[in-house]
Design a protein. Sequence first.
Length: 389
Amino acid sequence: MLLATGTDAPELDEGDLAQPMPGRTALEATEHIAVEHASVRSVWFQNSIRGAAGLALAVYVAQRTGLQHGFWVVLGTLSVLRSNALGTGWSVLSALAGTAAGIIVGALLVIGIGTHEAVLWGVLPVAVLIAAYAPRAISFAAGQAAFTVVLFVLFNIIQPVGWRVGLVRVEDVAIGFAISLGVGLLFWPRGAGALLRDDLATAYGRSADYVVATAQALIESGDTDDAGRAGRAADAAVHRLDDAFRQYLTERSATEWNVEDVAALVGGASRVRRAAQSLTALGHMVDTTRLASCGENLKRELRAVHSWYVTLGYALANDRPVPPPHIRDAAGSNRLLACVRDAARHRDEKTVNAALILLWASQHLDNLWRLEAHLGERGNRVRLSSTKL
């Protein structure tokens, strides 16, 4: 067995550890995801509630007002509903501008074509093609304009009414936009940015707990059930953090900060969790309880690592300065080296392997200490760039 040192210590990724479970069904996987996101702090949960509320309100308004084409109210609501009030307000303006431009283009097109149904059928595929690609290739407003033109052509094929169909669309869609803006203001108006700090704190805290649980199980043959529970909690926290970050990137406000700094903090939580997963794998390689007295020398450093990462999460969540890296337990590290050196002198294979595993575990803690300076710099930079994510 070769000993890796420093930052070369093996860090096993999730894919190296997660083997397919026999009999694991799609229903079980769905249940696992549902449990992870069954929280008001989940972006998925918030988006589901926001979308359901917007859709229900749009249907109610359309039914109560007796609008001629009530489905446009629903369509307008969903087309501009974003994860925060700022994003929704901006998309409302873009959609209104695009709809107005589409009405002008569509009216001119219908006036020019007249009631020639064959020509309208020929124009329809081209209009649909442009409407499908315009939002991504040009802009959201361009997509709204192209979609309005499609509606002009389609409705004049079904029932020729000329340019007057545009007036109906403006009325119905404007109501839908107003509903979207109201829902955006009512439900979590700050969007994913409000969750990102809390999710960072939770992810670092749960991942640090996972490191402690796996290290204790490795050192003193602790309860693996505790480590398993800590691992599931860390997985759920990191997954929610990833979802919140992806949502945050889609929001317009994300460009106001250095996304690289935020991404580094998000990735840091995953690195802490992977360190715990690697410690779990090391614990499965060999029984280290025969050197439990040597492993005791890791506990002080382990507590220091845990305390720093929990403090990092608190600082990010509460807009506080991130502390400098903790002072390493050099004396404990020296005692560990001396202890495993003495144990290895007996040249018993199992004892030597256990000694190497403990040294590897020590290197993982060393890697987490090295990571602290990098994350502290990123965290303080984000804090100085803005008071809120």
